[in-house]
Design a protein around this ligand. Sequence first.
Ligand code: E4P
Length: 217
Amino acid sequence: MKFFIDTANIEEIREINSWGVLSGVTTNPTLISKNGGVFEDVIKEISEIVHGDISAEVISTDLSGMLKEARELAKISNNIVIKIPMIEEGLKAVSILSKEGIRTNVTLVFSVSQALLAANAGATYVSPFMGRLDDIGKSGINLVEDIAFIFKQYGYNTQIIAASIRHINHVEDVAKTGADIATIPYKIFKEMIKHKLTDSGLKRFLEDFKNVKTKEK
Ligand code: E4P
């Protein structure tokens, strides 16, 4: 399973990218607004840092507006993927853009039906939102599991990005479903790397090695 980072914060992206674990970045209008800066400039900067797919979201909700924004954003760099909301006009946009060779990430997916529609329209990615489903008492992981099973059964090429990830268990559970990607917030990457036994184990190794003779350099 590949990892994307779910942020528009350049420092966070640089730090996690320096670990060598990132295959892409997802942004959304909320993340962009938290970060500040000029939207197109932020997306360009991100696309130069991470050599993987960078999702940039349209804000129009009508077909011609979405197509116009998508075509402009796609010009920023070859690794830009256009995030399109899961609405009727969005499906039409995905279908047209896919025929133009512009890759898409259908966002705000909360059901198997929506994921199937997106895949049939030619989406490159679908993003089921786990945390937001959990918030309303439904199971985010069950949705990802169902979509992964069905896409595999039928051989869809559309990749699954498990999104709205809130804790480490989400990441580990998603990995068992066969989903292609988890898009993970910075804070959770920092939690993922930690284990108290790693810290105490390293401390002990370093202490013990103080008693070891080494060759003079
Ligand atoms: C994914 O593409 C979305 O940007 C993101 O995962 C939404 O997460 P949230 O529900 O924590 O806002």
